[in-house]
Design a binder for this molecule. Structure first.
Ligand code: NAD
Ligand code: ZN
Length: 245
């Protein structure tokens, strides 16, 4: 269903509890490529997502992932949150937004000031040794990723993997995320093609109206969801203006 700005601003004004599910599309304007957008990794194949984030492939040949990780860590350190990331942090500060549920691993929500962020696909902020489970905090992990071809554990020489959820691994925080979604009366999906399950099924738990802000195709969208098919930043800039933010 199509919808105008005033209707969305009105929904936010009237809502008691809001939550959002974000995907890679919220970060493209910051300069991080998504998977399925027009300049996404599935198109450019700069890194093949199916090899980069496949846990069996990682165990056979981790060097492919670490080449990506070296680039990604440097990129993430340079980029700044988008207007939409900042809008969500402001909504939380005003007591309107319960939580950000994100499929992203870039940490941009925290950088924008969001406090409650449920990272269902993990993040690059921590890592663990695959062999002895020793934990590595971000600075140590980053130093290894940048200086070693394959990040190795100081205790046992096992391979240290950032705590990103790969294809074939269990997602994190889904119970909390589905509970949060169920308690809301307004739920936004922002910049996600809703293809990667089970995260993509979270809007189905939403207690109230679902609004999808995504430029491009969205898989399995319900006809009851409101749909905004345009880039997130100009859209939320107009909404923020309407809300006096
Ligand atoms: P996706 O690539 O499948 O979908 C992104 C969607 O956002 C696409 O439909 C694209 O057209 C749209 N889009 C691109 N730019 C936009 C913009 N400015 N405004 C609105 N929409 C825009 O990504 P996904 O649904 O998040 O799922 C893929 C997986 O990719 C996730 O598991 C995530 O972990 C991973 N990923 C994360 C990052 C990151 O952390 N920034 C980057 C790439 C992939
Ligand atoms: Zn170890």
């Amino acid at each position: 269903m199509k919808v105008d700005d005033e209707a969305v601003a009105g929904l936010i004004r009237r809502a008691g509890r809001i939550a959002v599910l974000t995907g890679a599309g919220i970060s493209t304007a910051a300069g991080i490529p998504d998977f399925r957008g027009p300049r996404g990794l599935y198109v450019t194949r700069q890194y093949d997502p199916e090899k980069t984030f496949d846990i069996d492939y990682f165990d056979r040949d981790p060097s492919y992932f670490f080449a990506f990780a070296r680039d990604f860590v440097q990129l993430v350190e340079q980029v700044q949150p988008t207007l939409t990331h900042r809008f969500l942090a402001m909504l939380e500060e005003r007591g309107k937004l319960d939580a950000v549920i994100t499929q992203n691993i870039d940490g941009l929500h925290q950088k924008a000031g969001s406090k409650r962020v449920i990272e269902v696909h993990g993040s690059v902020r921590n890592g663990h040794c695959r062999k002895c489970r020793r934990a590595y905090a971000y600075e140590e992990l980053k130093a290894k990723v940048l200086s070693q071809e394959i990040a190795r554990c100081d205790s046992c020489s096992g391979i240290v993997k950032p705590d990103i959820v790969f294809f074939g691994e269990a997602v994190q925080g889904m119970a909390e995320a589905s509970r949060v979604a169920g308690q809301t009366d307004l739920f936004f999906v922002i910049g996600s093609s809703l293809t990667v399950h089970p995260a993509a099924s979270l809007p189905e738990y939403a207690g109230g109206q679902v609004v999808v802000v995504n430029q491009g195709l969205v898989e399995s969208a319900s006809p009851e969801w409101l749909r905004i098919d345009e880039p997130a930043d100009p859209f939320f800039a107009r909404i923020a203006a309407k809300l006096g933010m």
